[in-house]
Structure formats: C-alpha cells, structure tokens
Design a protein around this ligand. Structure first.
Ligand code: SF4
Length: 494
C-alpha cells in the first residue's frame, strides 16, 4: 500500500545542510531532475487498499540512484546514507531521520521497478531532456557493449551436476518423502571419458521421473525442471561450448574479436549526439547487434525525439534495417558489410559474427578461415567461403545433413550481393558520409563510462531480469550526470 507523500517535520538540525557546498553534484542533480515521476510509474505494483504503508517510492528510487552513482552495495548504501549529510539532504530526510532496511532496496528494485516497465525510467528522463531543449540533434548513434556474467563459464559436467542438484533440492524441499523414488546420481569425475554423457542421461531420467511423480508441479520445481530440460535438449552443451551456466541460465557465450570471447550479456545502446542514452536493449552475449535496431528506434520514438539519421557500424547494415530506415525517411550512416547486408544466413543455426568475422555453426563451432570465390571483374556475383574444422565435423552430433562423411572440407558460402545497394555504396564514398561516420566514436566513450565508472563490466545480479535492471539504472545515472553538464553549458557565462 502506498502512503500519501511524507511531509518533512521542521528540524533544528537541518541547519547542518548549509554546510553542503552550493556547487555539490547532488545539489545540481536535484535541481536538474524531477524524480517525482517514479510515484506514478510504480503505482500499479502496489496494492491500493491492503498491506502496511510503503516507504515513499521517491526515497527508495533516490537511494538506488545514489547506489549506482557511487557504486555501493545495498548494505553499504544504507550505512553511508545514515552518516553522509549530502546523501541525507538529497534523499529529502532530516539529519536525525533513520534510513529504511537494506532489504527494502532490493524489494523495490525487483518487485516495484522490475514489475513495471523498467525502460520507462529512461524514457521519462529523455522526455524531460526533449522538453527542456537539451536534445536538439536528430541523430541516433547505435552500438553494443558487453557485460560479463557474475558466474564462471562452466564445463558441461559441472552444468549437468548443478542442474540435477538444484532439481533434487527443489523437489525434496516440498516433497521430502519422494527421496527414495528419485534416481540416484551416478559417480562421475571430471576427466572420466563419457562422464558428461552419463550425467546427461541421469538428468534426462531425473526430469522424466519428477514429471511422472509430480504431474502438477509448479513454482521452483517447474522452474528447475524447465532449466534441466533446456540443458538436456541443448546440442551445443556436450561440444563444450559452455553456452549455458546452471547458475545464470540467461547468460550466453559471445565474441569480441576472433580470439577474444566472453560469457554474459550484451547491452545494445542508442544515444543522441548530446550523449543522452535514449534506449537500451539487453540480450544474451550471443545475440546479433543489427537485429536490435528496430527496438532501439521504437523505444527512442516513444520519447518524442525526431530521428533523421542513424549512425552505426557494419552490424546494422542488414537489408531489413536499411529498408526500415528508408521507410521512416531516416538517413543510414552505416558502412555496408557484404555479409551482413546480403540478407542473413541460408542454413538454419548458422550465424555470422562481425566482431570476430567468422561464421558460427549450430554446435557453437566457428569457421577457421575464409576465402573469396570469383573474380571482381568477371561480372558474376562473388562469394565468401568459410571453412570449418573437419576433424570436429567428423564427430559432431549434428553432422547429418551438414557434413558429408569422407569430405575433405566443410564450408559455408555467402554470396556478396551488391547490386541492390549501389546508391548506398556511392553515398559511402562521399565526404558527408565520411564526416558523419566520425561521430560514431562518441558512443564508445559512453560505453567506457558505463563500464569503468558505473560497474557495467560485470553483472551484479543473475539472469536477464536483473541485468536489465542494472543496465537501465546505470544508463539513468549516466544520463543525469550528462543533463547536469548540458544545463551548465546552456547557462550564460557569468
Ligand atoms: S558438422 Fe561441422 S559445421 Fe556442421 S554443425 Fe557439426 S561441427 Fe558444425
């Protein structure tokens, strides 16, 4: 239940707030941003008539804001706010007031902010920027950055053992009498030949037994069962691609270059030339950057910003993206990538990674070299041919229909279709294109700020849900800092 806005009692001690310097960052932020929007945003997640009166949402949201601004844990945030005058003033408390329990912060973050549309906090802020004239540019710069999961990439045997343990634990917690009816786990050691296969069979058998014993399963059992099934059905697991962790099932394996990989998430970011982030999409680390462009445009348009130009790298030069931008009369400043813009992959399960410049097959193996087929002057379309390691193909569980037994090579070809994009290719050679492309670099500084100063290098929580909360709150904080700077720039020099 939400209580009516709390009125501060006059306090003799509030004189102490005069000690906070006029140019303190929190004073400037308080002046620049209207935080009261949070009350309406989280209202649907509270029961109107029942429950104890809730702490004012604005107080909790301001605490979250400070937490992300200064990189503090829940407990540390409350401890610091108890003794820091500037924090208390920013929170709208009197010096002698007490702070809520740290558990309220996580409850507010997960159940109130998480339950409503977390992306709305960013939209509301960008709307404030548009209304105050802080955003004048009609350009959107797009890019992706990555965050490493808060768990290690696991070996297949670890993933299987962990998933089995969690499922058994969830079942026995609710139905302790079923212990004897569940199959016994096999004794598998890391390094045993076929240990992972034995464990995989056990997990499949365990899942079936639980489904038979508890056909109406729900809650934690359903969740663990679903996770076990996903693991059992994942063809890439035994190929040791570590695509799934039992602890963070949403994190995925991605590539930063052809030698550097990571396990975690990607944040797809859209930003204006004034360096205000207008939209963020969070996905697993393996997702394609280009596919997120329509969502980034949609989120940005909701803020009221007019977009006339999009600047991005080759990942955004897909046929669908170029057609979408043309339909909206938006100028694409994206260099064409012959592979990306030729319209995707022919064979299901194969994907092209532009950062690493290789093709990834359904088992997670990547091509080991590439070659161009056909001469430039022959007049015929040329192809890019990607070669896979045949030794791996020979023992691959998915080789049927993909690799011909005895073949000396396994290749995947992509035709370099260029004729539809002649006009764009001519534009790409122009000075305007080259000049405007240089603006793309500013988003790299923004990504660095998100990661280096506000902790987006590593996930704080597990799962896509937590990662979205982290990404949006971080972007909110970074935007507020930028707003303060833009307001200062707009003020006449004294
Ligand atoms: S046969 Fe080779 S290319 Fe095809 S899925 Fe298996 S490892 Fe990948």
């Amino acid at each position: 239940m939400l209580s009516a806005d709390r009125q501060l009692k006059a306090s003799f001690h509030s004189e102490l707030y005069n000690l906070i310097p006029e140019d303190h960052l929190l004073r400037k932020i308080n002046e620049a941003v209207d935080f009261s929007f949070i009350y309406e945003l989280v209202r649907p997640s509270y029961c109107e008539y029942y429950g104890r009166p809730a702490n004012e949402p604005e107080l909790l949201f301001r605490l979250l804001f400070l937490q992300y601004l200064y990189g503090l844990s829940d407990e540390r945030m409350i401890q610091e706010a108890q003794v820091n005058l500037a924090y208390k003033w920013f929170l709208g408390l009197n010096p002698e007031d007490t702070l809520p329990d740290p558990s309220q912060l996580s409850r507010f973050r997960n159940h109130r902010l998480g339950a409503s549309q977390i992306n709305e906090i960013l939209q509301v802020l960008v709307k404030q920027c548009v209304e105050e004239g802080l955003i004048k540019s009609k350009t959107l710069i797009v890019d992706a950055t990555h965050t490493v999961a808060s768990t290690q990439k696991k070996r297949p045997l670890d993933v299987l053992q962990e998933a089995a343990k969690r499922l058994v634990r969830a079942v026995l917690k609710k139905h302790p009498k079923l212990e004897k009816k569940l199959p016994r786990p096999p004794k598998c050691m890391q390094g045993d030949v076929d240990a992972a296969k034995v464990m995989l069979h056990y997990l499949a058998e365990l899942g079936e037994t639980v489904e038979n014993l508890l056909p109406d399963h729900e809650g934690a059992i359903s969740e663990k069962l679903k996770h076990a099934k996903q693991i059992v059905e994942d063809e890439r697991l035994l190929a040791n691609k570590g695509i799934m962790s039992a602890i963070d099932p949403d994190a995925r394996f991605g590539w930063k270059s052809n030698t550097l990989s990571f396990f975690g998430y990607k944040e797809h970011v859209a930003m204006t030339e004034e360096e205000i982030i207008t939209a963020i999409e969070v996905t697993g680390g393996s997702e394609d950057d280009g596919k997120q462009l329509p969502k980034l445009l949609e989120q940005t348009e909701k803020t009221g910003m007019k977009i006339e130009e999009v600047i991005g790298d080759t990942a955004y030069s897909g046929k669908d993206n170029l057609n979408l931008l043309a339909s909206k009369d938006i100028q694409p400043i994206v260099p064409l990538n012959p592979i990306v813009h030729s319209g995707g992959m022919k064979q299901e399960g194969f994907t092209y990674n532009k950062d690493a410049d290789f093709v990834i097959c359904p088992t997670g193996e990547h091509s080991i070299r590439k070659a161009v087929q056909g001469k430039k002057k022959s007049g015929r379309s040329r192809s890019l041919v990607f070669y896979f390691d045949v030794e791996k193909c020979k023992t691959c569980p998915l080789r049927e229909g993909c690799y011909k037994p005895g073949a000396k090579a396994k290749t995947y070809s992509i035709r370099m279709v260029a004729e539809h994009y002649q006009e764009h290719m001519r534009f790409e050679a122009s000075t305007t294109f080259k000049e405007r492309s240089k603006r793309r670099r500013i988003i790299e500084h923004k990504n660095a700020e998100l990661k280096r100063f506000h902790g987006l290098t590593r996930a704080k929580y597990r799962g896509l849900f937590g990662m979205r909360i982290q990404a949006y709150l971080t972007a909110f904080v970074v935007n507020v800092k930028r707003m303060v700077k833009l307001i200062k720039q707009m003020q006449p020099a004294s």
